[in-house]
Ligand binder design. Structure first.
Ligand code: PLP
Length: 442
């Protein structure tokens, strides 16, 4: 398989640092009271890691989308990001719509109950014909396209669809560049719209996605400007667009900045909002902070043990203890590979103790964290600081594990996907995580 990441193992640092009270960044939003609480049993035998979900964090994010600047902006949650049934139920109850990528996601959303198919956009510009046919049967009319072949398929099996043309925008400032795969360049838009007209199809508006993990808020103003051009092209062909989909790409860290840029651009390029429906498709923003991954240390290799195989090195900044946990890059941590995420652990238990307060000030040494598979690319954290007193059986926590994690996990090497536990109030405070863990272990 793949080669080992290029870092060396060395002696434990002679200058031992200590564990900070809480070394992980605090989520920006305060946690509010829980919506749904469900406790499960955790076996403590290392057989399964789990993700602990605080629905209150999701709820807080949904309310915050109002910051996008306009109460007329509707939110269509990107299901692909985290299709957990409780998340979907909460979002449905809060009144969001849903951006679905497949027939499976549409079925799951409609399976929640009480969701009208008009609250779904089938936002995959390249769909299997059978999926388009199924969408027609289920009453899902709104769907995106970015090529002529898609128009032929839709004309054949779902001629009364409400179409949205996905345009290409500059996604060079995003970690996940969706434009490599989707989006019609503006030069192609007039011909595509003319073809749609010729086929008698109803195109209602324009969508874009600036890319997931977008770190430049200005990408939104550029995209809205392009959308304006596409609206004008639609008018030339004889369409009267009334729908703008600004996609996803929102994140906790700079949400306000993006919201400001976006609402400014909408005001500038769409000054007359009469009859215009605007939607966003946030994924990561809703769920990222709401999930904490709890993983069990299943093995450990440290310098000084008789079976030690860690290479000697004089570099004291390199890991001297290797911890192996029961989830890795083929599981929930696939976000490291696909999503360029960097994760940092916090200590949840030490020597069977849950006393996080006592852990503060514990000496730490440079350490690395590895997933459970036999593949050397399965490295969760190449360098971090952890107490060498951690034992097999102890738990590490990882915050911000709600977006594109377990939903994209494989069972490579025969390992189960991590389960989700529904807890109350796992927010910025790790005491809540500890409490939940106690309940699980009981
Ligand atoms: N909409 C579409 C069409 C997408 O493909 C994605 C992500 O891939 C999203 C929305 C959600 O993006 P994000 O999680 O960055 O908000």
């Amino acid at each position: 398989l793949s080669a080992t990441p290029t870092f060396k193992f060395g002696k434990a640092s002679s200058k031992v640092s200590t564990l900070r009270k809480d070394s992980s960044p605090m989520p920006r939003r305060p946690s509010s009271s829980p919506i749904s609480v469900k406790y499960g049993v955790n076996t403590r035998d290392g057989s399964s890691a789990y993700l602990a979900l605080s629905l209150s964090m999701v709820r807080a994010s949904v309310h915050e989308t109002a910051l996008l600047g306009d109460s007329r902006l509707l939110s269509y949650t990107a299901v692909k990001c985290n299709p957990d049934p409780y998340v979907l139920r909460l979002l449905a109850a809060l009144g969001t719509g849903f951006d679905c990528a497949s027939h499976g996601e549409i079925s799951q959303v409609l399976g929640v109950g009480g969701i009208d198919p008009s609250r779904i956009i089938f936002a995959n510009p390249c769909k299997a014909t059978s999926f388009i046919r199924q969408a027609a049967k289920m009453g899902v009319d709104m769907m995106t396209f970015d090529n002529a072949d898609e128009l032929y398929k839709i004309a054949r099996v779902h001629p009364r669809a409400k179409l949205v043309i996905r345009i290409l925008t500059d996604d060079s400032k995003s970690l996940c560049r969706l434009g490599l795969k989707f989006g019609a360049p503006l030069v192609a838009v007039p011909d595509l719209l003319a073809k749609a007209k010729e086929l008698g199809l109803d195109v209602i508006g324009v969508s874009f996605h600036v890319g997931s993990g977008c770190y430049d808020p200005n990408a939104f103003s550029d995209a809205v400007m392009r959308a304006r051009s596409a609206f004008d092209m639609g008018a030339e062909v004889g369409y009267k667009f009334n729908f703008l989909d600004v996609g996803g790409g929102f994140e906790d860290a700079d949400f306000e900045d993006k919201a400001k840029v976006l609402s400014g651009a909408i005001e500038r390029y769409f000054p007359s909002r009469e009859g215009l429906r605007i939607i966003a498709e946030p994924g990561r923003f809703y769920v990222s902070a709401a999930f904490t991954l709890v993983a069990n240390i299943i093995a450990r290799r440290a310098r000084g043990s008789s079976s030690d195989v860690i290479t000697e090195s004089s570099d004291s900044s390199q890991p001297s203890v290797m911890y192996y946990i029961n989830d890795g890059v083929y599981g929930s941590f696939n976000c490291i590979m696909f999503d360029h995420q960097e994760v940092q652990p916090f200590v949840l238990t030490m020597g069977k103790s849950f006393d996080l307060e006592r852990f503060a000030g514990t000496p730490v040494v440079p350490s690395s964290i590895w997933g459970p598979t036999c593949d050397s690319i399965d490295c969760v954290c190449p360098l971090t600081s952890l107490p060498p007193a951690l034992e097999v059986g102890d738990y590490l926590g990882f915050r911000g594990m709600g977006a594109y994690t377990t939903c994209a996990a494989s069972q490579f090497n025969g390992f189960q996907r991590s389960l989700v536990r529904y807890t109350s109030g796992i927010g910025p405070d790790s005491r809540a995580v500890r409490r939940a863990l106690q309940l699980f272990a009981a």
